[in-house]
Design a protein around this ligand. Sequence first.
Ligand SMILES: [Zn+2]
Length: 212
Amino acid sequence: MEPDPAAVAALDRFRALLRLPTVSRADEALTDWAPFEAFRAEVERLYPATHRTLEREIIAGHSLLYRWPGSSSAAPTVLMAHIDVVPVVDAEWTHPPFGAQIVGEGDDAAVHARGAIDDKGSLVAILEAIEQLAGEGFTPVHDVYLAFGHNEETAGNGARAIVAELQARGVRPALVLDEGGAVVDGAVPGVAAPTAMIGLAERGVMTVQLTA
Ligand SMILES: [Zn+2]
């Protein structure tokens, strides 16, 4: 069976974004921000209907907040994902971490890249859905926000700044959906079946000094 051309095009967009090394570092003075700027430009290029239809703001330097105006003032939905990935130890990778190579054939084919699951997979799934609907002229019943943080893996202040911005505007979402977890084996002791975590909050940062 020939692959669906629309699916192949979506996969190509995903791989283009996986190739950008948007690595966030605990010391942000060491973060190379050029890939984050390239990522923003690439998202604009790859998702034109989204950028014609939704309002976009840049928050805290590199986080992205989109608003898709709805036809009513009902409480909005917020869909979250993060742009950054954790640093790479090259020796641990059998395929280049930013190569986005497809390994395997047919149903076993998989994309290998840092961020494929965590969390560009979520980000691209959201954008693909919005792009298709926006291209069809669809208008949601209520506002839909897309909140894409730039440093979820480290400082987390991108997501916090987005929250502050929404609070200041009096936005009270009906639903906030963030990345959650993958379906994995052996994550929960005593459970033999594959499990998927449902995340209810974004990770924060706490520093604790223990004295013994
Ligand atoms: Zn993540």
